[in-house]
Design a protein. Structure first.
Length: 370
């Protein structure tokens, strides 16, 4: 289908914008966000790498209707016309953020890039270890009508099952529970990966994932408390469990406050924003120590530690360390929230654009339909 036929497919609204995407390429999700945030009603947008068009274009409806006036009838005409006009703003992007897929070598290169795009900048050693399994799993999940929120809820169910095994008190069942909690930790990365692969990232999904993470901790701690109390008969575990649950709930509330204060516009970037704030205050000893030990309380590290404790049958040590850790997290989170509140602008935060009409999605396959 020639480009000149596209205006007939658009609604009559003058504020409508068309998003044209060449379908024989793969793109980093950030490029779609960049295109969707284009707000000019007069100029178009094209992403380019050097002299090569990336394959993502945004056109206001008025400009799209005038393309035939400039003898732009095909994608080839469009690529040739872009460098000669001032009606389209050319935005350079890195070659690592997209890949043309025409040969088997291109396909393999695209898969390698896709794997790299799914890794977060804040991923540490254990998170990257988990992604060696979670990424192949996510690649299979996207073939089915499964949403990221479904993955989050299923991961929570796996965490609940592990807590039930801990509650038995049996050393073998606790080891099985530790291994199951490790599997939940691996699955914990899948919801975000599926969201990025399916372009379904949302603030609600980020908050749901956070809530599921903390519920996972609560289930696990309750299971540990009941299991250890059952095998030892000591009421000290019930008292310690109450202190542990208080610390866990307080940590959830303070981190939620921290997310609202420091990263309300991009809640999924809280850890990165917090790290940037801390790195700017290296002279603060408390923050310095927190910065280099925060990985201990992440969902990707804790399950590995539980497996080690379960193997040596010293789950009581894991329990009391959890009591201590949970009641260190929330004071540090609260202190960070208050300390950084005045300096929100100093961290590199990606500002959320104003709500705008969603561009209409048009793929290359649609353009070339006879």
């Amino acid at each position: 289908m020639p480009l000149s036929y596209l205006p007939a497919k658009l609604p009559p609204s003058h504020s409508e914008r068309a998003l044209l995407i060449e379908g024989n390429r793969t793109y980093h999700p950030l490029l779609f966000k960049q295109a969707a945030e284009w707000q000019s009603e007069e100029r178009g947008l094209a992403l380019v790498t050097g002299d090569d068009a990336v394959g993502i274009y945004v056109f206001p409806s008025q400009l799209l209707r005038r393309l035939s006036d400039y003898k732009v009838e095909s994608l080839a005409d469009l690529r040739a016309w872009l460098p000669t006009t001032e009606l389209v703003h050319l935005v350079p992007v890195e070659e690592s953020l997209w890949q043309r897929v025409q040969t088997s070598d291109d396909c393999r290169s695209a898969e390698r890039k896709l794997d790299r795009w799914l890794v977060k900048p804040t991923d540490g050693f254990y998170a990257q270890l988990n992604r060696r399994i979670s990424i192949p799993v996510s690649r299979q999940l996207i073939k089915w009508p499964i949403t990221p929120n479904m993955v989050s809820l299923f991961t929570l169910a796996v965490g609940l099952a592990s807590s039930l095994l801990f509650a038995t008190g049996s050393s073998w069942y606790m080891l099985a529970g530790a291994l199951l909690s490790l599997w939940a930790s691996i699955l914990d990365g899948c919801d975000g990966e599926v969201a990025r692969l399916k372009l379904m990232e949302s603030d609600f999904g980020c908050w749901l994932e956070t809530a599921c993470d903390y519920l996972y901790y609560l289930f696990l701690f309750i299971g540990l408390m009941l299991g250890l109390e059952r095998t030892s008969g000591s009421k000290a575990y019930l008292i310690g469990g109450a202190v542990l649950l208080f610390g866990a709930v307080a940590s959830f509330l303070t981190v939620a406050l921290q997310r609202h204060v420091l990263a309300s516009e991009r809640p999924e970037q809280l850890l990165q924003i917090w790290q940037e704030h801390v790195d700017s205050r290296r002279s603060n000893l408390l923050l310095f120590v927190s910065r280099h030990t925060e990985f201990i309380v992440r969902c990707c590290f804790f399950p590995y530690a539980l497996v080690i404790f379960a193997l040596f049958n010293v789950m009581s040590v894991a329990f009391w360390l959890s009591v201590l850790g949970a009641n260190l997290v929330w004071p540090i989170a609260l202190y960070s929230c208050l300390a950084f509140r005045r300096g929100r602008g100093s961290a590199a935060v990606i500002e959320r654009p104003a709500v705008r009409p969603r561009p209409r999605l048009m793929t290359r396959e649609f353009l070339e339909t006879p």
